[in-house]
Design a protein. Structure first.
Length: 221
């Protein structure tokens, strides 16, 4: 199979205006990926599926990733005048990166029996209603998995044929895979609270007066 650099070059040539970046994975798998721009995502996905050399006809997995706001410290060398003499010294600088959400897809070719090629899309921020184009029209196997990403991370997929919750109940508020999500003390709408959830919920029950023996018997009748 072609390298990511070759795939990137051919995609950008085949889909005018598209912008592809290679995201390096420094982990043990070294499974780098292609970050595709949202505007041309559907056209890029179709190219990856129908291109004769690639034929990435199967999406095996789609998942979400939550990146919080972060500040990265780095050491740089700067020139400063110290005691009248210009010297090169180390200085620590901070760079702020605003948070965002990602959808990541693992693609394989059943025709050529190669892969995976990993592609990802990135939202502008982590705000409610963050949106990405749906790739379900290209890979039908992404349908339930994009619903799961929507349910757990809150990404809304434009063009999805049936975007609704798949794991949490309809009345549930928030998205439990967000890194800043906090469990509430009381799951107001949980159909069957149990174990620790039930014990926390009991703390919110209205206080009931204690009945003495006679009142208890009368109440039971």
């Amino acid at each position: 199979m072609e390298s990511l650099e070759q795939i990137k070059a051919r995609v950008e040539a085949a889909v005018p205006g598209s912008k592809i970046d290679i995201v390096i994975n420094p982990g043990p798998s070294q499974q780098s990926s292609l970050l595709i721009d949202n505007e041309h995502a559907t056209a890029v996905a179709r190219f990856l599926r129908i291109d004769p050399a690639l034929r990435l006809d199967f999406c095996s997995n789609a998942t979400g990733v939550d990146w919080l706001d972060r500040t990265v410290k780095k050491t740089v060398k700067v020139k400063k005048v110290i005691d009248g003499v210009e010297k090169e010294v180390d200085e620590t600088q901070e760079e702020f990166f605003p948070g965002y959400l990602e959808a990541v897809y693992h693609l394989y070719s059943m025709t050529h029996k190669h892969g995976p090629v990993v592609i990802r899309m990135r939202t502008a921020d982590r705000a409610d209603g963050a949106r990405l184009p749906s790739l379900t029209p290209v890979w039908r196997s992404a349908e339930f998995q994009e619903r799961e990403i929507f349910d757990l991370y809150g990404i809304r997929f434009d063009g999805h044929p049936d975007l609704r919750r798949i794991l949490m109940w309809d009345e549930f508020v928030d998205h439990p895979m967000r890194k800043d999500y906090r469990d509430p003390d009381d799951y107001e709408y949980e159909p069957t609270p149990h174990d620790e959830v039930l014990e926390r919920a009991k703390q919110h029950y209205a206080a009931r007066p204690q009945l003495d023996g006679a009142e208890n018997i009368t109440a039971q009748k």
